[in-house]
Design a protein. Structure first.
Length: 525
C-alpha cells in the first residue's frame, strides 16, 4: 500500500506509516496535473489545508481508499466526490484545538496592544511609545461565533482572563454553554455586545460571508479575530471597516485564498494584524494530528474502524470487536440473496434478530448493501453503498428485534424486485464461523465460501444422485452439501452444494432439462 503526503506533516506520522509496512511518498506543494499524476497509484492520501482535493483528484486515483486530513478543516476536500468514489475522508479533530485556541488568544492581544506594529517600528530604531494606547480584555465581553471545540477552549481561556462570554451557535445546547459560563445569544446580540468578537465556525455555504459590512457596523467598535477560516469574514468589508474606524482593529490568521496574494486588502490596513495560517503550527499539535491521521490510514487499510471518518458509517471502537464478524456475514448474505434473485433489484431489507439487534449496526447494513451490489459489478464499498442505493432508487429498510427463537444472533438480507423476494439468513457458530441457516424459508446449515450451487427440486428419489452424477461427469467436484425440504416428502426441496470447480453453463442447462429440477443458481462468493 502506498500513501502520498502532499502537505508537510510531522515525522512521527510518517514513521508510523513506514513502521506499519507502507510505502510513503512525500510530494509537498504539488498541484494540477502533477498532483493527478502523483495520486494515480496511491491507496492513501494525507493533506493539510494546502491541497485542494477535488473531484478530479478522486477520478485520477482509482486505488484510493482514504484521504486523511492532518487537522480539522475539510473545506478543501470534496467529500461528496469522495463518497461517490467510495473513498473515506477522515480528519484529526482534537490534536490542534489547544494550539488554535492559544493562537486566537495571542492574536486578540496582538490586535488590542498593537504588538506587531510596535515591534516593527522598534526594530526599525523608532521608540514610538506614545503612539500606542491599547485595550485590556479584563472586564470586557468576548463574543464567540461557533462554540465548538476551538470556540469552547477560547471561551475558557478568555474567561480566566476576566472576560464575560456571550456566544452564538445555533447547534449547541444551553447546558454546555452554561458549563462554560457562556450566555447563548442571538447573532446580532453577539455582535453588538462583543468588545472582542472571535469566529470559530467551519467554512460552509451557510457561514460563507457570515460577517460582512452590516455585521461589522452592528459590532460598532472593538476587535475581530478570525482564526477559523477565510471566507467566513468578508475580507474587503473587514479591511474597509477597520480603515474607516467602524471597529478598532482585527487579527486574521486565515484567508479566502491561501497563500494570500500581496494585493489582499487586509495586508494594507495598519490595524489589521495578520499571520500566515499559523493556528495549528505548534510542534505538539503537528505531532498529534500527524499520528492521529496515520493511525486512521492504518485502520482503513486493515479494514478496522476509522473513528474520525466523516463520510463512512461510524462505529464505536469498543463495540467493533462485537460487530466485526457480522460485517463479513452480512456481505455474504447480501451476495447470495442478490445472486438468487431474478429481475431488477428494487428494495433491500436487512433484519437483525437477537443480540446483534442491540449493537450499532450502521456499518453492518452498509456491508450487506455492498454484498447485494457486488454481483452487479458496481464499484461499491461500505462508504458509498448507501448513496449508491439512493441514486439508483433502491429502497433500503433496516429492522431490529431483540427476540430470537432459534439463534443468539441472526442477520437476514431480503432483496425484492416487486413481485418476487429472496431472503437469506446467516448466523455465526461459536461466535465466528459463518453459516447460512435459511434461504427463503428453507432451514439449512450451509458454509458459505467459494463456488456454490443452489438447486430447487421436487423431493423425489434419485434427484440428489442425478445432480451429483452430472457434476461428476463434468469434472466438478463436490466439497460439501446440505439438503433441506419444506414440509413432507414429495414436496419442494432446496440443496446447497459447495464446489471445488466452476460449473459451465452447459452443465447448468443439463440439470435444468430434468423435470424434477425447478431451478439452479450458481453463486460466487
Ligand atoms: N487557524 C488554524 O490553524 C485553525 C486550527 C484549528 C481549527 N481551525 C478552524 O477552526 C474552525 C473551528 O474548528 P472546531 O474544531 O472548533 O470545529 P467544531 O466543529 O468543533 O466547531 C464548529 C462550531 O461552529 C458551529 N457552527 C456551525 N455553523 C454555524 C453558524 N452558521 N453559526 C454559528 N455557529 C455555527 C457548530 O455548531 C460548531 O459548534 C474550523 O473552521 C477549523 O478548520 C483553524
Ligand atoms: O483546520 C485546521 O486544522 C487548521 O486550519 C490547520 O490547518 P493546517 O493544517 O493547514 O495548518
Amino acid at each position: 500500500m502506498k500513501v502520498l503526503v502532499t502537505d508537510p506533516i510531522a515525522d512521527a506520522g510518517l514513521d508510523r506509516l513506514r513502521e506499519a509496512g507502507y510505502e510513503v511518498e512525500t510530494a509537498y506543494d504539488v498541484e494540477g496535473d502533477a498532483l493527478l499524476e502523483a495520486v494515480s497509484d496511491a491507496n492513501g492520501l494525507i493533506v493539510r489545508s494546502g491541497t485542494q482535493v477535488t473531484a478530479e483528484v478522486f477520478e485520477a486515483a482509482p486505488d484510493l481508499v482514504i484521504v486523511g486530513r492532518a487537522g480539522i478543516g475539510v473545506d478543501n476536500i470534496d467529500i461528496d466526490a469522495a463518497t461517490q468514489h467510495g473513498v473515506i475522508v477522515a480528519n484529526a479533530p482534537e490534536g490542534n484545538v489547544r494550539a488554535a485556541a492559544e493562537h486566537t488568544v495571542a492574536m486578540g492581544f496582538a490586535a488590542a496592544r498593537s504588538i506587531p506594529q510596535a515591534h516593527a517600528r522598534l526594530k526599525d530604531g523608532e521608540w514610538a511609545k506614545s503612539d500606542y494606547l491599547g485595550n485590556e480584555v479584563n472586564g470586557k465581553t468576548l463574543g464567540v461565533v461557533g462554540l465548538g471545540r476551538v470556540g469552547q477552549e477560547v471561551a475558557k481561556k478568555f474567561s480566566s482572563l476576566g472576560m464575560d462570554i456571550v456566544a452564538y451557535d445555533p447547534y449547541i445546547g444551553e447546558e454546555r454553554a452554561d458549563q462554560l459560563g457562556a450566555e447563548l445569544v442571538e447573532f446580532d446580540a453577539c455582535l453588538s455586545r462583543a468588545d472582542f468578537l472571535t469566529v470559530h465556525t467551519p467554512l460552509t455555504p451557510e457561514t460563507e460571508g457570515l460577517i460582512s459590512t452590516d455585521e461589522l457596523e452592528t459590532m460598532g467598535s472593538g476587535y475581530l479575530v478570525n482564526c477559523a477560516r477565510g471566507g467566513v469574514v468578508d475580507e474587503a468589508a473587514l479591511a474597509e471597516a477597520v480603515d474607516a474606524g467602524v471597529i478598532d482593529g482585527a487579527a486574521v490568521d486565515v484567508f479566502a485564498d491561501e497563500p494570500v496574494s500581496p494585493d489582499n486588502p487586509l495586508l494594507s490596513v495598519d490595524d489589521v494584524v495578520v499571520t500566515p495560517h499559523l493556528g495549528a503550527s505548534t510542534s505538539a499539535a503537528q505531532e498529534n494530528v500527524a499520528v492521529s491521521t496515520a493511525d486512521q490510514i492504518v485502520a482503513a487499510f486493515r479494514d478496522e474502524p476509522v473513528i474520525n471518518a466523516l463520510n463512512a458509517p461510524s462505529v464505536d471502537e469498543s463495540a467493533f470487536p462485537r460487530i466485526q464478524p457480522y460485517i463479513g456475514l452480512a456481505e455474504t448474505a447480501g451476495k447470495i440473496a442478490a445472486q438468487l434473485l431474478d429481475g431488477r433489484l428494487g428494495e433491500v431489507e436487512v433484519t437483525y434478530t437477537g443480540d446483534i439487534a442491540g449493537e450499532d449496526i450502521e456499518l453492518v447494513t452498509a456491508s450487506a448493501l455492498k454484498g447485494v451490489f457486488a454481483p452487479l459489478e458496481w464499484q461499491v464499498n461500505a462508504v458509498n453503498a448507501p448513496q449508491v442505493a439512493k441514486e439508483r432508487g433502491i429502497e433500503v429498510v433496516e429492522s431490529k428485534s431483540r427476540q430470537s427463537d432459534d439463534f443468539q444472533s441472526l442477520v437476514t438480507v431480503t432483496v425484492r424486485n416487486g413481485d418476487e423476494e429472496m431472503t437469506v439468513s446467516g448466523t455465526l457458530f461459536t461466535g465466528e464461523d459463518p453459516r447460512i441457516v435459511r434461504i427463503n424459508g428453507y432451514r439449512l446449515d450451509a458454509i458459505p465460501y467459494g463456488q456454490m450451487l443452489v438447486a430447487r427440486n421436487y423431493d423425489k428419489p434419485g434427484v440428489i444422485g442425478f445432480i451429483g452424477t452430472v457434476l461428476g461427469e463434468n469434472d466438478v467436484n463436490i466439497a460439501g452439501m446440505f439438503n433441506a425440504r419444506r414440509a413432507k416428502a414429495g414436496g419442494e426441496a432446496l440443496t446447497v452444494y459447495n464446489l471445488d470447480d466452476d460449473v459451465p453453463e452447459s452443465v447448468r442447462e443439463k440439470l435444468l432439462a430434468d423435470d424434477r429440477i425447478i431451478d439452479v443458481d450458481l453463486i460466487t462468493l
